[in-house]
Design a protein around this ligand. Structure first.
Ligand SMILES: *[C@@H]1O[C@H](CO)[C@@H](O)[C@H](O)[C@H]1NC(C)=O
Ligand SMILES: *[C@@H]1O[C@H](CO)[C@@H](O)[C@H](O)[C@H]1NC(C)=O
Ligand SMILES: *[C@@H]1O[C@H](CO)[C@@H](O)[C@H](O)[C@H]1NC(C)=O
Ligand SMILES: *[C@@H]1O[C@H](CO)[C@@H](O)[C@H](O)[C@H]1NC(C)=O
Ligand SMILES: *[C@@H]1O[C@H](CO)[C@@H](O)[C@H](O)[C@H]1NC(C)=O
Length: 502
C-alpha cells in the first residue's frame, strides 16, 4: 500500500510538473497511475464513503509518513521508485532548483461567471462601483516595504467629512483588503461601519496583491519574502497606525478590527511594542489566532516538518507561498469531493487551509473570491504558523533551530510573545467550527488578557474561519454584535463572561 501512496504522489507531481523534470518516468507508468487514481476514486465512491474521509484515513497519514525521508528505511527496503523519488527531491535541494516553484501551474482558470465586472476590479474600484468614496494611501515601512492602505472616508450619503470615529480593518493570512468588501454594500463590514459613522481604513500586509513592493528589494528575491507575521507586527502595523494618526491627529482613537492573522499581528505588536496599547482605542479580534493547540486545518500537516526549514522551503517554494502550490493542490485534490464547484473551492488555498461551510456560503460570491484570493503570503509565514502548532501552547517568534536562535535571539529557543503585557481592551469573537481558532485556544488567550471586553462565540455551530468575512448571515451573527461592542464595550469592560450556547 505504501508504494501506492508514493505512486500517487508521483502522479500528482507529474500532473503539474514540467516534463523535463520527470523524464525518468516512462509514459506507460504514468498511464498506469492515472488509471490507478481513477480506480481509487471509483472504489471509494462504490463503497459509499466520502473521498475526504478516505483521504484522511488512508492517504494523508501515509503520505505524511512517506515524506519524512527515513534514510534508514530507504536503505532497508531499496525499491527503485522510492529511491528515485528520494533522489529527485534531494537533487532539487542540492542544486537549488526551484522545482516546486516551477511545477506549480500558472493561475488556475475556473469556469466562473465572467459577467461579474468585479472580478477584474481592485478594492478601491469595487468600493467606488457601489457609490462609496474610496481612497488609496501609500505607506512605507521603516524596513522599506511599500504598503497600500485603502479607505472609505465617509458614507455614501454624507457629502462632506464630518468628524468620524476610526476603524482599522486587518485581513488574515493569504488575504487582502478586498476580503472585507467582497460581500457588497449590504453585507460587507466596511460598508456597514461606514453607514454607522466610521472612517474605515483597510490594511494590506506586505507581500499581498496591493503591497508587493519594496524601495530596494526585488519581489522575486528571498530577501523580499524573508518575513513572517512577526515583521508585520513590528513594521507594517506600526507604520499603518502612525500614518493614520498623522492624517487624523493624535487624538484619533483607532478601533482595530482584525481577522485571523490580522489578530495575530495585533497580539504580537501589543505585547512587544507596548505603547500601542495606549494609542489604539480597543481591539476586536474575529477568529483570533495566537495559541494553536487544537487545529483542524491541513496546515497542521506541515507542523511535523517545521523544524526542517530547508526542506519545507523547498517543498513549498522558498519565497512567495504560491496560490497554486503543487503541495496545496495535492492536498486540495484529495481533501475534497470532486464536483466542479467543490473543486474550484478546494483548489483555492484559502479554503483548503481555512475550511468551508456550505450552509453559510453564498455561491454567487465565488467568482469574486476566487479572483481576489489568495492574495499572497510568504512561505515563511506559513511555516511560522506550523511551528506554533508543533510547539502547542507557545505563541512565539520564528524558530531558527537551536543554533540559529542563539544567533538571532541570544537564546536556544525563540522568545514567546508576552501576552500579559497586552493592556488594550480586547474583545474576542470566535466560532466552534473554526479550523484555525478553536474554542480551547481562544479561551486560553482570553483568560490571559488584562483588559478583556468579552468573549463572544458565534451562535451557529457550522460557522467557520472564512464565514467571518463572507457568511450569508455574518451581519446578524457577528457584525451587529461587533457594532454593539464598538459602541459600548470599551468604557465598561465586563468581567469574564463566556457566552454559552443553546
Ligand atoms: C484501467 O485499467 C483497467 C484494468 O487494466 C482497464 O480495464 C481499464 O480500461 C483502464 N482504464 C483506463 C481509463 O485506461
Ligand atoms: C526509520 O525506519 C526504521 C526502520 O523502519 C525505524 O526503525 C526508525 O525508527 C525510523 N526512524 C525514524 C526517525 O522514523
Ligand atoms: C442614501 O440616499 C439614497 C437616495 O437619496 C437613499 O435611497 C438611501 O436610503 C440612503 N441611504 C442611507 C443609508 O441613508
Ligand atoms: C532573514 O531574516 C532574518 C531575521 O530578520 C535575518 O536574520 C536573516 O539574515 C535574513 N536572511 C536573509 C537571507 O536576508
Ligand atoms: C449573495 O451574493 C449576491 C452578490 O453579492 C447578493 O446579491 C445576494 O443577495 C447574496 N445572497 C445572500 C443569500 O446573501
Amino acid at each position: 500500500m505504501k508504494l501506492y501512496v508514493l505512486l500517487f504522489t508521483v502522479f500528482i507531481l507529474i500532473q503539474y510538473s514540467d516534463s523535463r523534470y520527470v523524464d525518468w518516468l516512462p509514459q506507460n507508468l504514468v498511464d498506469r497511475f492515472t488509471n490507478k487514481t481513477s480506480q481509487i476514486t471509483n472504489y471509494v465512491r462504490e463503497k459509499g464513503r466520502s473521498l475526504k474521509q478516505f483521504y484522511v484515513e488512508n492517504v494523508r497519514n501515509r503520505i505524511t509518513s512517506y515524506l519524512t525521508f527515513n534514510q534508514t528505511e530507504l536503505n532497508d527496503k531499496p525499491t527503485r521508485m522510492k529511491r528515485k523519488f528520494h533522489d529527485y527531491l534531494e537533487d532539487a535541494r542540492a542544486t537549488d532548483k526551484k522545482v516546486f516553484d516551477v511545477i506549480a501551474p500558472e493561475k488556475i482558470e475556473h469556469p466562473c461567471n465572467d459577467n461579474d465586472p468585479g472580478i477584474h476590479m481592485t478594492t478601491p474600484q469595487l468600493i467606488a462601483l457601489h457609490g462609496y468614496p474610496s481612497e488609496s494611501h501609500t505607506v512605507v515601512t521603516s524596513d522599506g516595504y511599500i504598503l497600500t492602505l485603502h479607505r472609505i472616508p465617509y458614507s455614501k450619503n454624507s457629502t462632506k467629512m464630518s468628524p468620524r470615529k476610526t476603524a482599522l480593518l486587518h485581513h488574515g493570512l493569504l488575504g487582502s483588503s478586498a476580503d472585507w468588501i467582497i460581500p457588497g454594500p449590504e453585507k460587507g463590514l466596511p460598508y456597514i461601519l461606514s453607514e454607522a459613522g466610521y472612517d474605515v481604513w483597510l490594511a494590506n500586509v506586505r507581500g499581498n496583491t496591493y503591497s508587493k513592493a519594496h524601495v530596494s528589494l526585488n519581489t522575486d528575491t528571498f530577501e523580499f519574502w524573508n518575513f513572517t507575521f512577526h515583521e508585520v507586527s513590528q513594521y507594517d502595523l506600526p507604520a499603518v497606525i502612525d500614518y493614520i494618526m498623522d492624517i487624523k491627529g493624535w487624538d484619533a482613537k483607532i478601533n482595530y478590527i482584525g481577522h485571523s492573522m490580522g489578530t495575530t499581528v495585533l497580539f504580537a505588536m501589543l505585547s512587544t511594542k507596548t505603547h500601542y496599547n495606549k494609542v489604539l482605542r480597543a481591539g476586536f479580534a474575529l477568529a483570533p489566532v495566537a495559541y494553536m493547540t487544537d487545529i483542524k486545518s491541513p496546515i497542521h500537516l506541515l507542523a511535523k516538518y517545521s523544524d526542517n526549514l530547508g526542506y519545507l522551503l523547498k517543498l513549498l517554494g522558498a519565497n512567495e507561498f504560491l496560490p497554486a502550490n503543487a503541495v496545496l493542490r495535492w492536498l486540495s485534490k484529495h481533501a475534497c469531493e470532486i464536483n466542479q464547484l467543490e473543486e474550484a473551492i478546494c483548489e483555492n488555498s484559502m479554503f483548503v487551509l481555512c475550511g468551508h461551510d456550505e450552509k453559510q456560503f453564498n455561491k454567487s460570491l465565488l467568482p469574486l473570491i476566487l479572483s481576489h484570493d489568495p492574495a499572497g503570503a510568504s512561505t515563511k509565514t506559513l511555516i511560522h504558523y506550523a511551528q506554533e502548532i508543533r510547539t502547542a501552547g507557545r505563541f512565539q517568534q520564528f524558530d531558527y533551530g537551536p543554533e540559529g536562535n542563539l544567533k538571532q535571539y541570544g537564546t536556544p529557543s525563540p522568545p514567546q510573545y508576552p501576552v500579559h503585557k497586552i493592556t488594550l481592551p480586547i474583545a474576542l469573537i470566535s466560532s466552534q467550527n473554526d479550523w484555525l481558532a478553536s474554542d480551547v485556544d481562544v479561551t486560553n488567550l482570553y483568560v490571559q488578557l488584562v483588559n478583556p471586553i468579552e468573549h463572544y462565540i458565534v451562535p451557529l455551530k457550522e460557522f467557520n474561519h472564512v464565514d467571518f468575512l463572507w457568511a450569508i448571515d455574518a451581519r446578524k451573527l457577528v457584525y451587529d454584535k461587533l457594532l454593539d461592542l464598538l459602541e459600548e464595550g470599551v468604557s465598561n469592560p465586563s468581567p469574564y463572561t463566556l457566552q454559552q450556547l443553546d
